[in-house]
Design a protein around this ligand. Sequence first.
Ligand SMILES: N[C@@H](CCC(=O)N[C@@H](CS)C(=O)NCC(=O)O)C(=O)O
Length: 213
Amino acid sequence: MSKLTLVIGNKNYSSWLLRVWLAMKQAGIDFTEIRILLGTPITSQEILKYSPTGLVPVLLDGDIKVWEFLAICEYVAEKFTDSLWQKNQAARAVARAVSAEMHAGFPNLRKYMPMDCRSRYSEVGIIPEVKPEIKRINKMWRECREKYGAEGDMLFGKFTIADAMYAPVVSRFVTYQIKLEPIAQAYAEAVWALPDMQEWLAAAAVETENVFY
Ligand SMILES: N[C@@H](CCC(=O)N[C@@H](CS)C(=O)NCC(=O)O)C(=O)O
C-alpha cells in the first residue's frame, strides 16, 4: 500500500480536491484515497479526524499531515518531484502569482458557478458580477500561453500547479457553457482532455450523491 494518503470528498463537487488530486497524478505520485462524503450530518466530525480545519483535502505522509491545497502541492513538489513548477524563475514567479490569484480571488465565480462536473446548465446566463472575473481569466490564460506556453499546451507549456489550480475553472466553464476567447478555449480543451482529468470526471459522473452548497 502507498505510504501517501489523500483525504478527499465527493469528486463531482470538490474543486480543491480536484486540484491536489490532479497535480499528484500528473506528477506520477502514488497515493491512496480516503473518501468522506460532503454535506452529511457527520461530514465535519469525519473530516476533523484528519484535518485541523475541518476541510479537505488533507495529505497524510506517515506522521506528517498537510492541509490546504497550495501547501499540499508545495510539499509534494518539494519532496517527490521537480516537475510541478517551471524551472525558469520568471515563469515560476508568474505561475505562483496566477495560482495565488485563484486561491485568494474570483469570489463571484466560486459563489455563482460552483463546480458540478457532471451537470450542464446551458440556459443559465452569466451573472453580471462574474463577467469581469471571466474576462480576467481569459486574459490571464492568453498571456501565460503566449509568453510561456511554447513547449506544450498548458499555461506554462508543461503541466504545473497553476494548471491544477485552474482545472476546476475549466470544469465550471464546461458545466455553465461559457464561451471563451480562442486561446483560452484551446487551453481549456487541452486540460479537459488530460487522461487524469478524464479519470476524475468519470469518477464524478458515477457518484450518486447530490450536495447543495
Ligand atoms: N482553502 C482550502 C479550501 C478547502 C475546502 O473548502 N474544502 C471543502 C471541499 S472542496 C470542504 O472540505 N468542505 C467541507 C464540508 O463541505 O463540510 C484548501 O485550499 O484546501
